[in-house]
Design a protein around this ligand. Sequence first.
Ligand SMILES: Cc1cc2nc3c(=O)[nH]c(=O)nc-3n(C[C@H](O)[C@H](O)[C@H](O)COP(=O)(O)OP(=O)(O)OC[C@H]3O[C@@H](n4cnc5c(N)ncnc54)[C@H](O)[C@@H]3O)c2cc1C
Length: 458
Amino acid sequence: MNTSVVLFTADLRLHDHPPLRAALDGARRVVPLFVRDDGIDGAGFTAPNRLAFLADCLRDLDAGLRERGGRLVLRSGDVVAEVLKVVAEADADEVHLAADASGYAHRREHALREALEADGRRLHVHDTVTAAVEPGAVTPTASDHFAVFTPYFRHWSGHSQRDPIGAPRKVNVPDDVKSEELPSRDAVSGTSPGLAEGGEAEGRRMVADWLRSGIEAYEDQHDDLAGDGTSRLSPHLHFGTVSPVELVHRSRLAGGAGADAFVRQVAWRDFNRQLLAVRPEASHADYRTRRDRWRTGKKAEADIEAWRQGRTGYPIVDAAMRQLRHEGWMHNRGRLLTASFLTKTLYVDWRVGARHFLDLLVDGDVANNQLNWQWTAGTGTDTRPNRVLNPTAQGRRYDPDGAYVRRWVEELADVEGKAVHEPWKLSGSERAKLGDYPDPIVDLKDGLDRFRHARGLE
Ligand SMILES: Cc1cc2nc3c(=O)[nH]c(=O)nc-3n(C[C@H](O)[C@H](O)[C@H](O)COP(=O)(O)OP(=O)(O)OC[C@H]3O[C@@H](n4cnc5c(N)ncnc54)[C@H](O)[C@@H]3O)c2cc1C
């Protein structure tokens, strides 16, 4: 009886899963395998919030497989060695895997192919599992990737997409391949108290809700910090509990200006991936150097710590940083303005901020995090690399009556209306009621002058 192994990575679902479908079409028995990969742990990429979300995803994937007569096999260790062991135990002749964009994923694919072929087995790598449009599927005439989003999006939109695939009815897993016990989110310490729930069932429920009652208002509402009018699907896209192909397909069917704006945003995800796929070093090195000599030293360290703790004295920055700590997630507008504040107003290396985000974000993703940080720092693909977001103006614009700040900064919870964005302007007696909420750690004009000087813009 021929057997296939499906190695799940960032595609923890049963619906719209081309590797699983191909494995089931070609073999009578399938081993659905997930490897807790030492290589990923060793690279410092695991963080409590993502481990807890992952535990939910694995349990849900196992439950879905059990409903279909199968189960998930979990192993830990070196991914190549573990796959080879399972292949040998199941006497499988092929392994199916989703393509992915990072340098690490490319090295994993290469090592797996070599090891399997040396053993007379085959590796099949499937596109459009972790991306809606695969890196390299659209390219400009004179380069291997798009460096500007607008033309990329034009090509991305015109690229034909496959139809989503249904979940299998039955999965026949051989009995004699043992699994480790699945992890549980309760066993993970150090998670954010408001962390979202993982798993495909939850992801599909959220997509259905979003298409029914969120997407229509997305174009108008997506920047409203207090309104929280975005999909919050990013962790599900990161872990693959929601398929990007299916999400784009269903959003387009929903139609309208909200859906158009939403699909455009999902395309940003593919944009970053197509860049990382050919410039893997952009995960840690400037994509475009601006010859920055970022601040270091005691004062810079104190500023970084204030930023991490949400104690910069700029309420909108502090609110967003506290949301990140509490939920392991932050609104996109918050990410933009806190990253601009760190890299431009405080003139601190984007890698410092990217690291802190990766330590906390449940959707923390090498392509999206590192390249968005570079975009904001002006070392990435932003066509206006020296723009600086003024946090007070951002607060007044995207949180006009201050509800977002009051929600997250408890010291300011009693300050009414938009005055909450400038607590330093309150009268002495009102300020006395703010507890130990700090004064601004930097004067915005001084920060701007320092940045402009550093970038030679004077
Ligand atoms: C400094 C910084 C760091 C970021 N780090 C990450 C990260 O680690 N992981 C991550 O998934 N996103 C990251 N983003 C992008 C974006 O902020 C989040 O994807 C978004 O806020 C997630 O919320 P949502 O799912 O409600 O988004 P929605 O607005 O509902 O958008 C739907 C989906 O589109 C994609 N998307 C939206 N905006 C972007 C964008 N600017 N770039 C790439 N994809 C986008 C995401 O997959 C998102 O889930 C970062 C942005 C910045 C400025």
